[in-house]
Design a protein around this ligand. Structure first.
Ligand SMILES: Cc1cc2nc3c(=O)[nH]c(=O)nc-3n(C[C@H](O)[C@H](O)[C@H](O)COP(=O)(O)OP(=O)(O)OC[C@H]3O[C@@H](n4cnc5c(N)ncnc54)[C@H](O)[C@@H]3O)c2cc1C
Length: 327
């Protein structure tokens, strides 16, 4: 293991795509189980707590900074497995050459590129989603009717309290719409850390996959201009099954997509587009896109989110839930 560099008083704004936050007291980047354990033991010796992040594309750091060791899973390796047994300690019986095994810190975009180059189908609709494969599995990232859970076969996890390390099956990941056991935790106090992910993909046609991937990237770049300081969609779309009959009657049913009421539509109906609080504003072309003009703070974000949630609740009786994670 290379010696890890633990840095002090690191600015958080450059670590998240939303571009805000104070400083982390301590910060370290890790790629492997051994490095993560080293970092946690370092924190324990120093008597400081620790938090885990990755690509920083779905988080809001606090203005006052973080009084802890911030551990960033970033980088690592990816193998198109030829020998799953050695990787998973003989716990996987089945193996095909359509399997990619990636460390949590590998960029999702790199995994997708690898899959496409190997003519493997199943990830291409996620093209352009920033962040890592670990972050994607944590929040069951998705787009255009697909989510990462469809491709996940197993996840290697670590229980931080005991350093127990094991593979769990997809069913144990309890994936739902932008949900997983990693987000909810096994219990209130035990949240597993994602170390590696095994993805099982289908055989596809490289030319078609590349075309699809490029089309989606171009489409996305119209909404998310490169360099835009934002965390993607701010609120989750609303599952129709969770909405009361009274609220449902207030919704234009032609707007429902895949059993979900788009949060953007609800927000637009309450006049969100163009609203501003300090340095944070809502895009004038999409009600669910919070943007930082460079001067925005987490306090601005929370205030704007509170105002918008209340407007949607008052008008539709629907409680919006953040997709982004407040740190
Ligand atoms: C421009 C833009 C467009 C986006 N579009 C989409 C989209 O279309 N669909 C979509 O679903 N999302 C989208 N997002 C949100 C974001 O990209 C995804 O949620 C992404 O998967 C987050 O990955 P990350 O590595 O950046 O995680 P981070 O933001 O760093 O972390 C997110 C959460 O995951 C946890 N976490 C990260 N790694 C681990 C690990 N190894 N073990 C345990 N917990 C971990 C962190 O603690 C944190 O709570 C978009 C974001 C941006 C900025």
């Amino acid at each position: 293991m290379n010696k890890l560099e633990i840095r002090e008083h690191v600015s958080l704004s450059s670590l998240s795509t939303f571009g805000m936050g104070g400083r982390a007291q301590f910060f370290v980047e890790v790629r492997t189980f051994e490095e993560f354990v080293f970092a946690v033991e370092w924190a324990r010796k120093k008597n400081v707590s620790y938090r885990v992040m990755a690509g920083g594309s779905n988080i809001i750091f606090p203005d006052e900074g973080l009084d802890c060791l911030l551990i960033r899973f970033f980088g690592g390796n990816m193998v198109v497995s030829t020998n799953t047994e050695s990787v998973t300690n003989k716990r996987i019986s089945e193996f095909t050459d359509r399997t990619i095994i990636a460390d949590a810190g590998v960029l999702l975009g790199d995994v997708i590129k690898k899959a496409v180059s190997l003519e493997l189908r199943g990830l291409e609709t996620l093209s352009g989603i920033p962040g890592t494969i670990g972050g994607a599995v944590y929040g069951n990232a998705g787009a255009y009717g697909h989510s990462i859970s469809k491709a996940v076969e197993k996840v290697e996890i670590l229980i931080p309290q005991t350093f127990e390390r094991k593979w769990i099956l997809k069913a144990q990941c309890k994936f739902g719409y932008r949900e997983s056991v990693f987000k909810r935790g096994f219990t209130q106090t035990i949240s597993p850390i994602i170390l590696r992910v095994i993805l099982k993909l289908e055989k596809g046609n490289q030319e078609e996959l590349e075309k699809k991937s490029q089309e989606i990237i171009s489409l996305r770049e119209k909404k998310y201009k490169p360099g835009l300081k934002c965390p993607g969609s701010f609120f989750k779309n609303v599952l129709v099954k969770d909405v009361s009959k009274k609220s449902f009657a207030l919704v234009d049913s032609s707007k429902i997509i895949d059993g979900k009421i788009p949060a953007g539509w609800l927000l637009e109906r309450v006049g969100a587009k163009g609203m501003r609080e300090g340095g944070i504003y809502i895009a004038d072309f999409h009600g669910n896109l919070f943007v930082n003009d460079g001067q925005g703070t987490a306090a601005n974000v929370k205030m704007l989110a509170r105002i918008l949630k209340k407007k949607v609740l008052d008008r539709f009786g629907i409680e919006l839930e953040e997709e982004v994670r407040y740190f």
